[in-house]
Design a protein around this ligand. Structure first.
Ligand SMILES: Nc1ncnc2c1ncn2[C@@H]1O[C@H](COP(=O)(O)OP(=O)(O)OP(=O)(O)O)[C@@H](O)[C@H]1O
Ligand SMILES: [Mg+2]
Length: 610
């Protein structure tokens, strides 16, 4: 049976997991790390770096290192969130051909799903290294509050990475799944997930029969650790400007160093009451003197700088509870997910609001990935311990634009998915042969304040007087939270299937091209790894042979036959070295045989003489 991996594709970190023998486990990479920074870079030589190695070189290659790409996925270029990102990111965000945003790294422009695909591909490879075989199926998580465009774009990323994303699940739901799995509990729980980029809160009913039912969910896809860091950066920049009259933001390298320092200070302040931000030689003055940044930051100051962010999460909790029609005391467990929940002020705010201590024993960085793998296993395996049902909801109301620019609701927010609803459309003019429908998602009564998912035109209608032609349009949200639309001519019964092309999405041709590039990269990278392996093997064999030379010579040098054998052994080693120098990996691979035979022969000779 195919193994399905679970991937938590985070703004800050990603994590991959798999169920083995009925137990979900987090997979560590070769370096032993269980989470991988969601960072991608391109070096001067054009080499792609992903994860830890990308993070390590971020300061010296800030312009070509992408972090937090998830904040941009599925978003249009012309939005306040993207403007905010442009103002604060050291990498270059440009407008794409579909009004989407793209990132320029050196001389190439990448779509956001392509960047996310690089991270997914890395996670796929980590899993393959561990499992020892290829992996093609995955469950990928997204913030519960992601809209259709963001979900579609995440699915595209999976496809580009060569993964069949069999299900998209919501991060807090995955958290709840990992929390409740195998516990046989009947409980109403709240999952508070504050990560690097997004905030989600979900209320679920978990039943001992293995049903995980989401009652309500809400969030903010632009509220997370990044914003906390930004507050510290702003404060540092302002202090520096007051002192030196220099804006540190002009310098990309300084900006990247500030970002690292701010994040580090924030994390330290979860454990200690004060910390010093110390950045020597941060910038030069107009008179070319090196300037340093040195600032003491206390926990109280950090809490003041970020008070409104924490407040906002609490307000969203209140809203969700209202939506669920529950009182605080009906919540029996509060589960904290996401690295930001390590901040003492956040923990305090959550326990004050829910009037109870959050559960211990849940690993905030790993639960989401674990939950994804549980769902993955449950989808392909029908063994008893994986017998469970996940009932999630759609976070946004789905509707269409009607006369006057109003928004007519079709599927309500917090409806259990999959779900569908039909609506009849009639022609309004005589001989009208086409109807245009705008599909939107959001909570505003005004259509233009909601997110336009796409538009489609029903064509080929029979010419008839106004109002005579009726078309039934069905709007559907599947278990991934992705929207699709079908239409049926009620008179003829003829079906029209319409895909809502997300207005900022990629075309299939673009995806195919990106897929091909990604798979070429995977082949090249596996090739690199293989030649590295062959090189190491050759080096080990040569070293062993080299060590045995004197002894072997002492034993066999007396005979012509022996001298001949030594001569041949030298030639084998020399040739291997020459191939290594030339980086001829295929040649070296063939030479391994000869090296192995020589090494065996030498060992035999030495063994016999001993
Ligand atoms: N000890 C700590 N104190 C405060 N913040 C922390 C601590 N450890 C990690 N963080 C913050 O947690 C955030 C990362 O959390 P996490 O890995 O859960 O995010 P993510 O899953 O990548 O993002 P998202 O779920 O929003 O897409 C970062 O902003 C990081 O600085
Ligand atoms: Mg997360």
């Amino acid at each position: 049976m195919d193994k399905v991996i679970g991937i938590d594709l985070g703004t800050f970190n990603s994590c991959v997991s798999v169920v083995e023998g009925g137990t979900p486990v987090v997979i560590a990479n070769r370096g032993g790390y269980k989470v991988t920074p969601s960072m991608v870079a391109v070096t001067e030589a054009g080499k792609r770096l992903v994860g830890h190695i990308a993070k390590r070189q971020a300061v010296t290659n800030a312009e070509n290192t992408v972090y937090a790409a998830k904040r941009l996925i599925g978003r249009k270029f012309d939005t306040p969130q993207v403007k905010n990102a442009i103002a604060t990111c050291p990498y270059r965000i440009v407008e794409g051909p579909h009004g989407d945003c793209r990132i320029q790294l050196r001389d190439k422009v990448y779509s956001i799903p392509e960047i996310s695909a690089m991270v997914l591909q890395e996670m796929k490879m980590i899993a393959e290294d561990y499992l020892g075989h290829e992996v093609t199926k995955a469950v990928v998580t997204v913030p519960a509050y992601f809209n259709d465009g963001q979900r579609q774009a995440t699915k595209d990323a999976g496809q580009i990475a060569g993964l069949d994303v069999i299900r998209i699940i919501n991060e807090p739901t995955a958290g709840a799944l990992a929390y409740g799995f195998g516990k046989n509990i009947d409980r109403t729980v709240a999952v508070y997930d504050l990560g690097g980029g997004t905030f989600d809160i979900s209320i679920l009913e978990i039943s001992s029969a293995g049903v995980f039912k989401v009652v309500s969910t809400a969030g903010d896809t632009f509220l997370g650790g990044e914003d906390f860091d930004q507050r510290i950066i702003d404060w540092l920049v302002q202090g520096f400007r007051e002192e030196h009259d220099i804006d540190l933001r002009q310098d990309r390298m300084a900006l990247q160093r500030l970002k690292d320092a701010a994040e580090k200070a924030k994390c330290e302040l979860s454990a200690v009451m004060e910390t010093e931000v110390n950045l020597p030689f941060i910038i030069s003055s107009p008179r070319n003197e090196a300037l340093h940044l040195q600032q003491l930051l206390t926990r109280a100051q950090l809490e003041e700088l970020t008070q409104d962010l924490v407040e906002r999460t609490v307000q969203i909790c209140e809203m969700t509870l209202d939506e669920a029609g529950l009182e605080k005391d009906e919540i029996e467990d509060v589960v904290l997910v996401g690295g930001m929940t390590r901040m003492p002020r956040v923990q305090q705010a959550v326990s004050e609001f829910f009037e109870r201590e959050p559960c211990k024993g849940v690993h905030p960085d790993e639960v989401v990935g674990l939950g994804a793998s549980i769902q993955g296993a449950a989808l392909v395996d029908d063994s008893k311990e994986l017998d469970m049902v996940l009932l999630d909801v759609t976070p946004h109301t789905l509707g269409i634009m009607v006369a006057g620019g109003f928004f007519e609701e079709l599927i309500q927010q917090n409806s259990t998915v999959p779900t569908s609803d039909s609506k009849p459309f009639t022609t309004v003019r005589d001989n009208q042969t086409a109807v245009k429908i705008l599909v939107l998602q959001g909570e505003s009564k005004k259509a233009d304040e909601n997110e336009l998912l796409g538009e489609f035109i029903l064509t080929g209608l029979r010419r008839a007087p106004a109002g005579q032609i009726e078309v039934d349009v069905t709007f559907e949200i599947n278990a991934d939270g992705i929207v699709s639309v079908h239409a049926k001519d009620t008179e003829t019964g003829k079906e029209q299937s319409i895909t809502v092309t997300a207005t900022s999405g990629l075309t299939q041709d673009e995806i195919d091209l990106m897929m091909q590039e990604a798979s070429e990269y995977a082949v090249a990278r596996r090739g690199d790894e293989e030649s590295e392996g062959v090189k190491q093997q050759a080096e080990t064999l040569i070293a062993e042979i080299q060590k045995l030379f004197p002894e072997v010579e002492a034993v066999v040098a007396g005979s012509d036959f022996g001298r001949d054998a030594i001569e041949k052994a030298r030639a084998v080693v020399d040739r291997a070295r020459m191939l290594m120098d030339r980086n001829d990996s295929a040649g070296l691979k063939e030479q391994i045989d000869a090296l192995t035979r020589t090494q065996r022969m030498f060992k035999g000779v030495v063994g016999k003489s001993a």
